[in-house]
Write a protein that binds this ligand. Structure first.
Ligand code: ZN
Length: 250
């Protein structure tokens, strides 16, 4: 009897070990497979687009901006694109349900299965509430990029861009070697029509009225909102973003 026990004991231990290992492995995989969504908040010019591009590369998740969604739907002349166009041609804002339909069609595509990065959406509390319904089985966090208005105005009104290759410059922080000329291709540098102080102030006003309340909205949800100081150097801000994501992923 004793001998049989001695022979079987290692087998039992081995069997239990594999059973436990398989169980925990399965559990781990389930966690990884849950989609992870990053919502980037912050005023225009705070760096949402720039950081979204880098995060997308680093995390391997698609970057979804409302601007791109509109352009894609218009270019492919989808039903939603036609709807949006009808409003835009009359000079009206595209209503929430059209924007939401575009977004939900996009995020149900295969490449969004592991998650995605939202840039410029949601823009209003109503949109955030609709999104919440969509994010039921998803881990999501919202990161608020903080920059004060004066700094944003300085950033945006000094932005210049190459007419030929699109490389961005900044009159103060990233000036071209030769004034008015692109370092890369020698093309002519210009300022976008909507990068003037008046336009920026108007966009900031809309932001404060409609979008800023989202910060409180997400702050009221448990463990969703983080704030990041976005005034400093791009790399430092990006590292802070990654720290927050690393802490929240899984
Ligand atoms: Zn150029």
């Amino acid at each position: 009897m004793k001998r049989i026990f001695i022979i079987f004991l290692p087998l039992i231990v081995l069997f239990s070990y594999f059973l436990i290992k398989t169980y925990f492995k399965a559990d781990d995989m389930e966690k990884v497979e849950k989609p992870f969504v990053v919502i980037l908040l912050g005023p225009p010019g705070a760096g949402k687009g720039t950081h979204a591009v880098e995060l997308s590369k680093k995390l391997g998740l698609p970057h979804i901006s409302t601007g791109d969604l509109f352009r894609e739907n218009l270019k492919n002349n989808t039903q939603l694109g036609q709807k949006a166009k009808a409003y835009m041609e009359k000079g009206n804002l595209v209503p929430d349900d059209v924007v939401l339909d575009m977004l939900f069609a996009r995020v149900s595509k295969e490449d969004c299965k592991k998650g995605y990065i939202l840039d410029g959406f949601p823009r209003t509390i109503a949109q955030a509430k609709a999104l919440k319904g969509k994010l039921k089985d998803v881990d999501y966090i919202a990161i608020n990029l903080q920059v004060e208005d004066e700094k944003l105005i300085e950033r945006i009104t000094n932005r210049i861009m190459c007419r030929s290759c699109g490389t961005p410059f900044h009159k103060i922080f990233l000036p071209p070697k030769e004034e008015g000329k692109c370092d890369k291709c020698g093309g002519e540098l210009y300022q976008r029509d909507d990068d003037t102080e008046a336009v920026v102030k108007e966009r900031l006003k809309v932001y404060h009225d409609q979008t800023e309340p989202l910060i409180e909205y997400y702050a009221n949800e448990e463990k969703v909102l983080s704030n990041v100081d976005s005034r400093g150097a791009k790399d430092i801000v990006f590292n802070n973003l990654m720290d927050i994501i690393d802490k929240n992923i899984r």
